[in-house]
Design a protein around this ligand. Structure first.
Ligand SMILES: Cc1cc2nc3c(=O)[nH]c(=O)nc-3n(C[C@H](O)[C@H](O)[C@H](O)COP(=O)(O)O)c2cc1C
Length: 150
């Protein structure tokens, strides 16, 4: 099997925000996708990410839609270690979601969620994984589904 064909799948990039008590926490995810024409979406989160524990605990999260203006260091900070999502600038929009179910997929859990609030933000081109990898020269860690082993 030529698993590099999987690299041809396209994604966006998002920051997932979830509350840890009073403290906002978050991580980067490329796996946000809309499931229905209305308000249902899904995100796949590695079971060892701290975000996973908080999603199970709170049942709620936010999604910030990253843009080509999102600094690569912000993605690096949230995508390789635990951190607070400070993403007020350079986002195309924000979604507030309530988890409605989940599916256990080996190393990851796919969380299904309903969007309860949607806020438009800056009119900037949204960030694709392809742009992040090829133009911004960003990488993905082992817990990201887009990890390429380098
Ligand atoms: C480009 C990129 C895409 C990522 N996509 C995902 C993803 O879809 N699901 C996931 O669980 N982790 C993904 N990650 C990895 C997490 O963001 C990373 O493991 C993070 O440090 C987890 O933080 P936490 O332990 O505070 O939750 C991605 C990271 C990057 C840089």
């Amino acid at each position: 099997m030529d698993s590099t064909v999987l690299w041809k799948l396209s994604y966006g990039l998002y920051s997932i925000g979830v509350m840890d008590g009073e403290i906002p926490q978050g991580c980067i995810a490329n796996t946000v996708f809309q499931i229905t024409a209305e308000d249902m979406l899904a995100v796949s989160i590695h079971k060892e990410n701290y975000t996973h524990l908080l999603l199970e605990k709170t049942g709620r999260f936010s999604i910030s839609i990253l843009t080509e203006k999102t600094p690569v260091r912000v993605i690096g900070r949230l995508g390789f270690q635990s951190g607070a999502p400070l993403l007020k600038a350079n986002c195309a929009g924000h979604l507030i979601c309530t988890i409605t179910g989940s599916a256990d997929i080996e190393t990851h859990t796919v969380f299904f969620a309903r969007v309860t609030q949607a806020l438009m933000d800056e009119p900037l081109p949204v960030l694709t994984y392809d742009y992040y990898y090829n133009v911004m020269r960003g990488k993905a860690p082992k817990k990201a589904p887009t990890y390429r082993g380098v």
